[in-house]
Design a protein around this ligand. Structure first.
Ligand code: GDP
Length: 451
């Protein structure tokens, strides 16, 4: 997704090497590249303007911290602003599902045919059941396509949710009323209502779904949109937003070859938070939207971006100064930095989403190793555990760690010595990457990683 943005940024980073600060002149080309890349990725023009203006405002005159060059610093700013624009600037509460009402909490799904509403109904039911321990009932108000009703029945069964039967002979409002009664009677926590879609906006459909909304008073009304659709998605979103009290967006088919521009646009144009993302046809492919992870994925620079961000972060200037100083002094990161990276990785979401952000060569290795989310989380937790068993001096000077210290550290972490060796090896590899980054700048590293 948005591959070209990464390539374009890498190019700019290269040309800006050797300059001390970000200026009107040297940021010009960078901003032009960002603008072009976003337009190529199908982001609507007004959104592109907002984003580039924000980046410019932040970047101009900014001192460049430590060993970063202005290009790298700009990448950090692009990442920050991208995160903010796609939803990172919203309060946590607005980004998450809202079920705070007398049960059953009704969730209405609206969108065009083929957007992935029915699949989303199944995925959401499973997510609510597994992650929030909710009792869920689903119902289809699509009285035009018997296949849609069957499909909902099937995914609901797979999700372990209760499916309320409906037929094409009924009226949507009658179905809604009966399903609501059923959900109340059975003490369901949530009622998910799937609605009929059309291939394009159609007055009858809009009226029908807005009648359903008026009757059901859903606490959540999601506009389900296929991430692969381009500018059309924006227009459709606008119409739905005018007719329905939408509360959020579900972005589907993010596994596809989408350039993701629609995602940025729909969010900005409607002002609605993206609440969930769907990947793949299996019901497990569904998660809460994480703007930070998404921006990282869009930029495709993973660890490097979070490192750049760490150093440029204005919120934690003191820490940034220390990291920069430490890196300049040592020409490398120490185990404290390594630990910070691990903590950050844990907060960034599932491994599958993390793997997406690794450089291509590492992605391959990860795919081969077939690492599951649990495996990786365990690995990260272990790493943190081991580092926590070291003395501050050992963390700063890992080369001090010889056999007897290894034994003590392993015992402290409750792990075999091999695990300590493994970690030290990883740390060495990371140091190697850092050295190359210092020598050749980010663009070289990206080239090396096939980015
Ligand atoms: P609806 O008409 O809005 O209810 O859309 P459906 O749920 O029937 O989905 C349309 C098609 O897209 C189906 O073939 C789904 O299997 C597929 N689909 C839905 N969500 C995803 C997704 O996240 N990734 C992929 N690859 N396919 C999806």
């Amino acid at each position: 997704m948005l591959d070209t943005l990464t390539q374009r940024l890498a190019k700019v980073v290269k040309t800006m090497r050797g300059q001390a600060r970000i200026t009107e002149a040297n940021s010009k080309e960078m901003l032009r590249e960002v603008r072009l890349a976003l337009l190529e990725a199908d982001v609507a023009l007004p959104v592109v303007r907002t984003l580039t203006n924000r980046i410019k405002e932040k970047a101009l005159g900014q001192e460049v911290v430590g060993s970063l060059n202005p290009g790298q610093a700009l990448v950090g700013i692009v990442q920050q602003e991208l995160t903010a624009v796609i939803g990172g600037d919203l309060p946590e509460k607005q980004r998450r599902i809202n079920l705070a009402c007398t049960p059953p909490a009704v969730i209405l799904l609206a969108g065009l045919q083929g957007a992935g509403k029915t699949t989303t109904a199944g995925k959401l039911a499973k997510w609510l059941k597994d992650s929030m321990k909710k009792k869920v009932v689903t119902v289809s108000a699509d009285v035009y396509r018997p296949a849609a009703i069957e499909q909902l029945k099937m995914v609901s069964e797979q999700a372990g949710a209760d499916w309320f039967p409906s037929t094409t002979e009924q009226k949507p409002l009658d179905i809604a009323r009966a399903a609501l009664d059923y959900a109340k009677l059975h003490f369901a926590d949530v009622l998910i209502v799937d609605t009929a879609g059309r291939l394009s906006i159609d007055e009858k459909m809009m009226q029908e779904v807005s009648d359903l909304s008026a009757f059901l008073h859903p606490i959540e009304t999601y506009f389900v949109v296929d991430a692969m659709t381009g500018q059309d998605a924006v227009n459709t979103a606008r119409v739905f937003n005018e007719r329905l009290p939408l509360t959020g967006i579900v972005l589907t088919k993010l596994d596809g070859d989408s350039r993701g521009g629609a995602a940025l646009s729909v969010r900005e144009v409607t002002g609605l938070p993206i609440k969930f993302v769907g990947t793949g046809e299996k019901l497990g492919g569904f998660d809460e939207f994480n703007p930070e992870a998404m921006a990282g994925r869009i930029l495709g620079m993973g660890d490097i971006v979070s490192l750049v961000k760490d150093v440029t972060s204005s919120i934690d200037a003191e820490k940034a100064r220390k990291v920069a100083e430490r890196m300049r002094r040592n020409g490398r990161m120490d185990l404290n930095d390594f630990r910070d990276q691990m903590v950050q990785m844990r907060s960034m979401g599932s491994v599958s989403s993390l793997i997406d952000k690794l450089p291509a060569s590492m992605q391959e290795a990860a795919a081969k190793a077939n690492v599951s989310d649990e495996d990786a989380d365990r690995m990260i937790r272990r790493t943190i555990g081991i580092i926590d068993s070291m003395t501050p001096q050992e963390r700063r000077h890992p080369d001090l760690i010889k056999a007897s210290r290894k034994k003590r550290i392993a015992a402290g972490a409750g792990l075999p010595v091999q695990e300590v060796n493994k970690l030290l090896k990883q740390y060495e590899q990371m140091t190697e990457v850092m050295k190359r980054m210092k020598k050749g700048g980010l663009s070289r590293l990206l080239r090396m990683a096939g980015g």
